[in-house]
Design a protein around this ligand. Structure first.
Ligand code: HEC
Length: 476
């Protein structure tokens, strides 16, 4: 039996040339002291493979049409065997991939691995980071629920404010002038065809470069990179102390990668995929929803800066960061690699982490962002259990007003607290405000019926400060 297996393998290997093909890459020499620092690249690729596998599996049941996408996802989540688990894997796989790309970049940056002769390893890596983020953004819309649809509307609105090319950008994102089936088809094509194809090509190039130049040896302070001598020195070092990648170098990648997949699977099983919101419905206004966590910090940044600058920062920010990242090896491809001799590199990494982290915290607790899940107003708060005031309170909730406005402590904080609005605004003011909206408040003129408007106004007018107890008794 064993004989037969070995003979079969030999025959296949002879006819296909398998070991001749992958043998050299498995046996290529890696630095002896390449320790745990070096696992993030292979972990990123593993996360990518998880995404491809789970993504293909999801595509078996997902329909990318605006009338069916939401239903098919509900089917996947609630009925298909392992469907919810699969969505969870795809979601947490994406998160893992973003985290691993980040860690891999930080490590190669800190170790100066982007210097000669590995400049193009870095450049292709930066492009892969960009592709990964585009995957995250497009993938979110494929959920095709309220939050997904509105985040894209908001992105398009923001893109529309970019000077000169704004309109073009907004139309490009939406695939037209409004969000709809065309948007979904476009995002689907980008998410499952264009980006994955680009990623396969660039991951291929990236790996080819890793094999061509070898894995950068851990830096030693005082040992400078000089393009004239570096290749020769590296060659010598490998001959003296290098180990073949397989099996000596690979076991750490294997252990870390297995751990990563187990964590993704546990999260997918116990936490599960993001809950599907309601299907998108243009008459329920959910302005300004939040994107998935890896883009939340950017969203927070855009919300915090003054509105006049938003259009510039939105486009110029990423372009500038991209140019800086791409330029790093061009500006500086020789000299010291050790982080101890390049303290600014530690500062750059720390500052990026702190900045993204604090923006992320702001984004996560953002008082300026609507609250999408406010508890319903109680009868005690409303002060009535039937009649126009009561009906008005229900409209207040159904139209999403409560998502942005506080009433007696319940609701969102995006707009002003309306607990005592009846004291300050007249009936006419309230109606004008609802019909016309305001800065960061949508106009409801077209989406509210006259009787709803009347009830809503009655409810808001009833929001008055209670008479102080003393005053009441003197009146009696
Ligand atoms: C996306 C968040 C958002 C939603 C949804 C929203 N609002 Fe507002 N609202 C705001 C903001 C922000 C302001 C302040 C606007 C300004 O100053 O121009 C505001 C202002 C107001 C005001 C004026 C408050 C004052 O003190 O002058 C009223 C009244 C009001 N909203 C009522 C409503 C009602 C009723 C609804 C539902 C039909 C609603 N809002 C939905 C964000 C929102």
């Amino acid at each position: 039996m064993k004989r037969l297996l070995i003979d079969t393998w030999r025959w296949l290997d002879d006819r296909f040339g398998i070991s001749a093909l992958i043998g050299p890459s498995l046996k290529h020499l890696v630095p002896q002291d390449a320790r745990w620092w070096y696992v993030f690249g292979s972990a990123t690729m593993l996360a990518f493979i998880v995404q491809v596998a789970t993504g293909v599996a999801l595509a078996f049941s997902y329909a990318s049409s605006s009338s069916q996408a939401y239903e098919t996802l509900q089917f996947i989540t609630n009925e298909a065997p392992f469907g919810s688990f699969l969505r969870g894997m795809h979601y947490f796989g994406a998160s893992a991939m973003v985290l691993m790309v980040g860690a891999h970049m930080a490590q190669t940056f800190l170790f100066g691995s982007y210097k000669f002769p590995r400049e193009m390893n870095w450049t292709t890596g930066v492009l892969l980071l960009g592709f990964t983020l585009v995957m995250g953004f497009t993938g979110q819309l494929l959920r095709w629920d309220q939050t997904a649809a509105w985040s894209v509307v908001v992105a398009a609105e923001q893109a529309g404010r970019v000077p000169l090319i704004g309109n073009f950008l907004a139309q490009f994102i939406l695939g037209g002038t409004t969000i709809g089936g065309a948007t979904l088809s476009r995002f689907f094509a980008i998410h499952v065809f264009i980006m994955p194809a680009l990623m396969f090509v660039f991951i291929g190039i990236h790996l080819m470069l890793v094999l061509r130049h070898g894995i950068a040896e851990p830096p030693t302070a005082g040992k400078e990179v000089d393009p004239k001598t570096y290749r020769h020195e590296y060659e010598e070092l490998m001959q003296k102390t290098g180990h073949p990648f397989w099996p000596d170098g690979a076991w750490r990648d294997f252990v870390f990668g297995t751990g990563l997949i187990i964590v993704i699977a546990l999260l997918a099983y116990f936490v599960g995929p993001p809950v599907l919101d309601k299907p998108p419905d243009p008459s329920i206004l959910h302005a300004d929803p939040r994107p998935d966590w890896y883009l939340l910090w950017y969203f927070a940044l855009l919300a915090l800066i003054p509105r006049e600058l938003e259009g510039y920062v939105m486009i110029l920010g990423p372009v500038l960061i991209g140019i800086l990242l791409l330029a790093a090896p061009i500006l500086n491809n020789r000299g010291e690699r050790a982080p101890s001799r390049r303290p600014w590199s530690i500062a750059v990494v720390l500052l990026s982490v702190i900045m993204i982290g604090s923006l992320w915290i702001v984004g996560a607790n953002s008082p300026w962002s609507p609250n999408f899940d406010p508890p319903p107003l109680t009868e005690k708060v409303i002060g009535a259990s039937s009649g126009p005031v009561f009906e008005g309170a229900r409209v207040f909730q159904a139209k999403g007003c409560l998502n942005c406005h506080l009433i007696s402590g319940d609701g969102g904080r995006r707009g002003p607290d309306l607990t005592y609005i009846g004291d300050t605004l007249s009936q006419g003011d309230i109606i004008i405000r609802i019909v016309n909206g305001g800065v960061n408040m949508p106009a409801y003129g077209n989406s509210i019926k006259p009787d709803e408007l009347e009830q809503l106004t009655a409810f808001l007018q009833s929001r008055k400060r209670p008479m102080p107890a003393g005053l009441e008794t003197t009146h009696r």
